[in-house]
Design a protein around this ligand. Structure first.
Ligand code: 1GP
Length: 256
């Protein structure tokens, strides 16, 4: 079964999912496997590996292998650039930053990485990646040269999300940026879901620091919530992931 199908089945079953983002740069690659295992035990639905990748090449491969050995949930690459890929993951979010000013992040990096992804037989999940306000001030927005989607004009987010479904992307990912001062605004989540109409999953992440905020985003229309920074900063990864996962699954159940 493909990882994408596994995620769709998970959504059918639970209504909403929680993904744990691991940046091996931030938590130390030697801690990544333990962090992932704790997260799985606490109920998270998948591990995303990404970040601004100081960890790449052999070190990234070893990190991914260690994570794979310690969990049975999907391990999915969420690369910041071409260097963030490894043959040992289950799948890769094949990101196109549609609202970038730089074509490299829309289609260039995809072209450069396509041959190796094919050679590795890595499952690539085409993902429309959209950076919203306040993402311009985060690494993803700055590096990706994004024109962040404005909160005051949800119709622009609506149009981008609609184009993503029309083109045939398999995920829409609304991103405020890792460590953002505040998360994606509910109005933008609603606008995106209004366009998507549950035809593909809507991922929302960046700046989500409490389970209550995660629930709010699910109620606004998010299918999958990604948290990274708040878990990295937590003293007790298990309790923290557990609070997010159960709140998100609870909110998912409400709307099934
Ligand atoms: C970033 O959406 C993710 O790409 C998660 O963001 O680190 O702010 O949780 P945080």
């Amino acid at each position: 079964m493909s990882i994408y199908k596994e995620i769709l089945d998970g959504l059918d079953e639970k209504g909403a999912l929680h993904f744990t983002l691991i940046d091996p740069d931030d938590i130390g690659y030697e801690n990544a496997a333990k962090f992932s295992a704790e997260s799985e035990r606490a109920g998270t639905d998948a591990i995303l590996i990404g970040g601004t990748v100081g960890v790449q090449g052999e070190l990234l491969d070893e990190t991914v292998k260690m994570i794979k050995e310690s969990v049975s949930i999907p391990v999915i690459l969420f690369p910041g650039d071409i260097s963030g890929i490894s043959p040992f993951a289950d799948a890769i979010l094949y990101l196109s930053l549609l609202n970038s000013r730089n074509p490299y992040y829309i289609s260039g990096v995809q072209a450069l990485s396509a041959p190796i992804i094919l050679r590795w037989k890595l499952e690539a999940i085409p993902t429309a990646y959209l950076i919203t306000e306040p993402g311009g001030e985060t690494a993803a927005g700055w590096v990706g040269d994004a024109r962040p989607l404005p909160v005051r004009k949800p119709s622009i987010t609506y149009a981008y999300a609609l184009s993503a479904v029309t083109i045939g992307y398999k995920f829409v990912y609304l991103e405020a940026g890792s460590g953002a001062a505040y998360p994606v605004d509910d109005r933008l989540v609603m606008a995106a879901q209004k366009a998507i109409q549950h035809r593909i999953p809507l991922i929302v992440g960046g700046g989500i620091r409490t389970p209550q905020t995660a629930v709010q985003k699910v109620r606004a229309g998010a299918d999958i919530i990604v948290t990274g920074t708040v878990l990295e900063n937590s003293e007790d990864v298990f309790s923290s992931v557990s609070a997010f996962a159960s709140a998100i699954h609870g909110a998912g159940k409400e709307r099934r």
